[in-house]
Design a protein around this ligand. Structure first.
Ligand code: NAP
Length: 244
């Protein structure tokens, strides 16, 4: 069966590096974006020029109808999705008392409901084929608490619960469900912290640097590879030793 990957939030950062890595490993890749069509198109052009197969597909993962349309488009062009990487996410800092309903609901809509939408959209074909691989991107803040990031941390803890439970449910169907928990990765998402804080975080990391999007792409590629065919329901932390 043709190897077809859908990577959500692939216009930038971790998703972009993951889409590129998978395309170079022989996957036809659906490059999902939300607002940055220019970035997604640029990646698709570069991958296509390198002889890879990729298309850009717009969807707000919080919108089930948009996700269903995105999965239909990828399936029409390449065939059924065999690898789903749930990477799209939003983050930000707020004191607990300042968390509005709007912020709380949006973080859950994107980070958690988004995964439910994409998984439910790809599962019928995976169950039919009795094979498939789902990799969800959580965070070290889904394994530990994070001050001023209660909402984000809650969504990332929930992703680990989703992963572990769904792995049990889908194992009899031959479908693997795993999680990657990145540490501090040098992407647009963390720039809001400022260069001084990022330098401090690098210094606090036992390996002495921030992670790169490619570090996380490598962890995803491992979980998607034949070498990981007996691994399901696991959380692979890639954080340079940050949480010990
Ligand atoms: P990023 O640089 O901010 O990029 C976010 C990506 O998600 C973009 O491609 C963006 O698309 C997409 N996105 C945002 N909202 C979306 C929506 N509603 N529907 C579809 N796509 C949406 O983030 P990143 O650092 O690469 O993070 C990627 C994932 O890793 C997230 O789940 C994040 O929580 C997790 N993570 C990151 C770190 C870190 O330190 N960077 C650490 C742990 C976990 P557009 O550009 O088109 O808007």
């Amino acid at each position: 069966m043709k190897k077809v990957a859908l990577v959500t939030g692939a216009s930038r950062g971790i998703g972009r590096a993951t889409a590129a890595r998978l395309a170079k490993a022989g996957y036809a890749v659906g490059v999902n974006y939300y607002e940055r069509q220019d970035k997604a198109d640029e990646l698709v052009s570069a991958l296509t020029a390198a002889g890879c197969e990729a298309i850009a597909v717009q969807a707000d993962v919080a919108d089930r109808a948009a996700v269903d349309a995105m999965v239909r488009r990828v399936t029409d062009v390449f065939g059924p999705v065999t690898l789903l990487v749930n990477n799209a996410g939003v983050a930000g800092q707020a004191l607990f008392q300042d968390i509005t309903d709007e912020l709380w609901n949006r973080y859950f809509a994107v980070n958690l409901n988004g995964m439910r939408h994409t998984i439910q959209a790809v599962l019928p074909s995976m169950i039919h084929e009795k094979s498939g691989c789902i990799v969800n991107i959580s965070s070290i803040w889904g394994q530990h608490g994070a001050s001023c990031e209660v909402t984000y941390s809650c969504t990332k803890h929930a992703i680990i619960g989703l992963t572990r439970s769904l792995a049990m449910e889908l194992a009899p169907s031959g479908i693997l469900v795993n999680c990657v928990a990145p540490g501090v990765i040098d992407t647009d998402m963390v720039q809001v912290l400022g260069q001084d804080t990022l330098r401090d975080l690098a210094a606090q990391t036992p390996l002495g640097r921030l992670g790169t999007p490619e570090d996380i792409a490598a962890a995803v590629a491992f979980l998607a590879s034949d070498d990981a065919s007996f691994i399901t329901g696991q959380v692979l932390t890639s954080d340079g030793g940050f949480i010990g």
